[in-house]
Design a protein around this ligand. Structure first.
Ligand code: ADP
Ligand code: MG
Length: 139
């Protein structure tokens, strides 16, 4: 499984742009890591790499929970504020998972029961400005 290192926000955005070309053209991508790990930063790069938004247009969906880019080609979801899986029911995630879209999800690993088994997981770890970024395909 591929592993990458970055040492700045800009490098993580650039990595996201590159990963966008290697990810499956549709499906769920979990972005996994602590607060400040760089999940939203990587999402900026992936959305940009898919031609759905420019990095500056991608903001954290912490409060709105779901952002849509590129006319529905990319979704960016943040489940941080939810406490239980049943709170996701109103979001219509199954319907989003069925679309021809790349669905980026922060904090989705907290609710594995609502996720498709086939998905990509990207883990971000590290401190200061260094990040290790590991991509796993669950198929
Ligand atoms: P998350 O969504 O995981 O909570 P964000 O992407 O919102 O994290 O924030 C990451 C923070 O870490 C930003 O303030 C960014 O400037 C900083 N940072 C420092 N080094 C890096 C790096 N290599 N990659 C990504 N972000 C970095
Ligand atoms: Mg975030």
């Amino acid at each position: 499984m591929p592993r990458y290192r970055t040492s700045s926000e800009a490098e993580t955005i650039a990595l996201g742009e590159r990963l966008a070309r290697e990810l499956p053209p549709r499906g769920v991508v979990l972005l996994i890591g602590n607060l400040g790990a760089g999940k939203t930063t990587l999402a900026k790069g992936i959305a940009a790499g898919l031609g759905a938004a420019s990095p500056d247009d991608v903001s954290s969906p912490t409060f709105t929970l779901i952002h849509e880019y590129g006319g529905g080609r990319v979704y960016h979801i943040d489940l941080y504020r939810l406490e239980e899986a049943k709170e996701t029911a109103a979001l219509g995630l199954d319907e989003i998972f069925d679309r021809d879209a790349v669905v980026l999800i922060e904090w989705g690993e907290r609710f594995p029961e609502i996720l498709p088994r086939e998905r990509t997981e990207i883990r971000l770890t590290g401190g200061e400005d260094e990040r290790e970024i590991e991509v796993t395909a669950l198929r």
